[in-house]
Design a protein around this ligand. Structure first.
Ligand code: GSH
Length: 214
């Protein structure tokens, strides 16, 4: 049995919900309410000292880090594949996904935003600007690469890959923080295609049982 430590608005947890759905895997969830600081509770800290979500409880123990979890799901449940078998194509997909996971998301994490507010007396407008800046920088690079590759249904071909699994939650964050997405037509088109798939739709924050909570 798989149990996901989850928070409805966490884009990193959203990635894993999409991955689990694409692989057709059943899982239970334990909500860790980030808005209520539950990630810092003693109970959760004992299980996951990093005090972040997602974390996946498996029959072999706890796995943290959304991209590592998705890699494990891919290795343990190869079908449908989310990473191309060709080594070069696989590296392209991973580079896209890691642009989001390594170069955008960590700069906009809740603890980073809180530190900006508390330690540097930054107001909400400046935090919003900070947030949008890193999204636009990452998306501009991905959009530029997309222009060079040309139109495809999903980010890398006719089937969703790890790239789409990372893109859709980051687009959700971008909209949440009112980022102008007009300069990114390829990303918008892929996001729309992916969100129309049941595996993505079911994982959406607004469909989450805790969505109405804080
Ligand atoms: N690199 C980690 C990032 C996990 C992460 O930062 N999760 C956020 C929610 S999206 C979190 O738990 N933040 C809590 C905090 O910053 O206190 C991953 O991909 O799993």
């Amino acid at each position: 049995m798989l149990t996901l430590y989850d928070y409805w608005r966490s884009s990193a947890a959203y990635r894993v919900r999409i991955g689990l759905n694409l692989k057709g895997l059943k899982y239970e969830t334990i909500s860790v309410n980030l808005a209520g600081d539950e990630q810092f509770s003693e109970k959760y800290r004992k299980r996951n000292p990093q005090m972040r979500v997602p974390a996946l409880e498996t029959d072999r123990g706890l796995l943290t880090q959304s991209v590592a979890i998705l890699d494990w799901l891919e290795a343990a449940h190869p079908e449908p594949s989310l990473v191309p078998s060709d080594a070069w194509a696989a590296a392209q997909v991973r580079a896209f996904a890691l642009t989001i996971a390594c170069d955008v998301h960590p700069l906009n994490n809740l603890s980073v935003l809180n530190r900006l507010k508390l330690e540097f007396s930054t107001n909400d407008d400046h935090v919003g600007e900070w947030y949008r800046h890193w999204i636009k920088a990452g998306f501009a690079a991905l959009e530029h690469q997309a222009e060079q590759r040309g139109r495809t249904k999903f980010a890398f071909g006719d089937q969703p890959t790890l790239a789409d699994v990372l893109l859709v939650p980051q687009m959700y964050n971008a909209r949440r923080f009112k980022t102008d997405l007009a300069p990114f037509p390829h990303l918008l088109a892929w996001d729309e295609e992916a969100r129309a798939l049941p595996a993505f739709a079911k994982a959406a924050p607004e469909k989450h049982p805790d969505a109405s909570k804080s």
